[in-house]
Design a protein around this ligand. Structure first.
Ligand code: ATP
Ligand code: MG
Length: 398
């Protein structure tokens, strides 16, 4: 009897233990499952947001978010026709190798620049679209945004964001191009443009895979927004332009006279270092206020690089090549440093030229220190912050 009682007790205890263990197991399973659901939900939310925001940058232009899923907008010819007032002459803002450039306003009020490709273009529609799709995936605050395109029948048009201040060359050589611009760019603005344009090329060369070679980097392809921030334009367009002989258009194939790296001109061998050479020429334009080629100048001064290169590394000669319009604005130290960067970029031997990342690194402290020194200069009578005046120069020359 006693033994039977003990046996029954043991049985009950075992049963309770089994029930408790089973409940614990079920509870643990439930906890594990809810945790799994929670994690899965979190991961899928993160994936979704990563897909939407491909690029977030904040470096003085405010924060920028560009959806990686944003493709180029496709416009009908009719839409662009009405955006430009029927491609009216009064809306023409320029004429380049691609064709006429019109100012336009889209239905939602966005201001755009519309490039109407010359009919001479022989590029196939598919190639045009592929190139456009490649270009619309490149996004940086230092590159001009391609908004969309139109490829209706024989009409091929590109739609870009509109910049208020046009091309850099219009501001360096105001008398030559337009009478509406009469104040030349100051030194600080030139330094900042040099840095921002360098960042644009650095993005194309080093942040894109495979790298994009601009092929036609020049002052008219650096556009200036309302606050004179620089945006590099027309990257990749070399492939799109027509190959009509003569005039502007042949520049599409060979680059533009005065900007082309010697090895590219001689052998057709194109690398990112060819862009570095062209960048060096633009830096020389910013320093000297001279166009790359001007055969009306005295003998020996017609080609900017040949005239400037021997003077760039000589302290006293740097002063002589500076744009007279910059008089009284720059520190000699700054001019010498920018001249040294330009000298390296226009080296005839491509391997001796720096990477655009090196150029950016060298310009960043200059732009920063100029900003802070000009603050000091304007808030006190700190007269050592000035470049030589004409009188100083004549003293330096003798
Ligand atoms: N997005 C834009 N916003 C405002 N003006 C523009 C824009 N794009 C071009 N322009 C104006 O149109 C002019 C011609 O530009 P375009 O790029 O067609 O020719 P280019 O730069 O002189 O030569 P290339 O065809 O060799 O690039 C520029 O100098 C500029 O004044
Ligand atoms: Mg251009």
């Amino acid at each position: 009897m006693e033994a039977e009682k003990g046996y029954k007790n043991k049985e009950r205890i075992t049963l309770v233990a089994i029930v408790v263990l089973a409940s614990v197991a079920v509870a643990s399973l439930l906890v594990a499952f809810s945790y799994y659901c929670y994690i899965r939900n979190k991961v899928s939310k993160r994936l979704k947001s990563n897909k939407m925001v491909a690029f977030v940058e904040n470096d003085g232009f405010g924060s920028l978010q560009v959806s990686s899923e944003r493709g180029p907008l496709v416009f009908t010819f009719k839409q662009l026709h009405s955006a430009t007032g029927g491609f009216s002459k009064s809306n023409v803002v320029g004429h380049g190798g691609f064709g006429l450039v019109y100012r336009g306003v889209l239905n939602d009020g966005t201001k755009v620049a519309i490039k109407f490709m010359d009919q001479a273009g022989k590029q196939g529609e598919e190639e045009f679209k592929m190139e456009v799709e490649l270009l619309s995936r490149l996004h940086s605050p230092y590159l001009l945004d391609l908004i969309g395109y139109c490829s209706d029948n024989n009409h091929k048009l590109l739609v870009y964001e509109f910049v208020a201040n046009g091309g850099l060359q219009e501001h360096l050589y105001p008398a030559r191009v337009s009478s509406t611009v009469n104040v030349k760019l100051d030194w600080e603005t030139r330094l900042r443009i040099a840095l921002e344009a360098a960042k644009g090329l650095e993005y194309l060369h080093e942040h894109v895979n495979p790298p994009v070679i601009h092929r036609d980097f020049k002052s008219s392809n650096i556009l200036l927004d309302k606050d004179f921030h620089a945006k590099v334009s027309d990257f990749g367009l070399a492939k799109l332009g027509s190959d009509k002989a003569g005039g502007h258009v042949s520049t599409r194939v060979l680059g533009t006279q005065g900007y082309v790296a010697p090895e590219y001109a001689l052998t057709g061998h194109l690398t990112t270092k060819s862009d570095v050479y062209s960048y060096g020429v633009v830096l020389l334009e910013l320093l000297t206020g001279r166009v790359p080629v001007d055969m009306k100048r005295p003998p020996g001064e017609g080609v900017l690089v040949s005239w400037a290169l021997p003077r760039l590394t000589d302290r006293e000669k740097v002063v002589q090549i500076m744009d007279p319009a910059l008089e009284g604005q720059y520190l000699m130290k700054e001019a010498i440093q920018v001249a040294a960067i330009a000298a390296m970029c226009v080296q005839p031997e491509a391997d001796y030229r720096p990477l655009m990342a090196d150029v950016v690194q060298s310009l960043v402290p200059l732009v920063k220190s100029h900003r802070s020194s000009s603050k000091v200069a304007s808030s006190s009578s700190f007269h050592s912050v000035r470049s030589p005046t004409a009188r100083d120069l004549s003293k330096a020359v003798v």
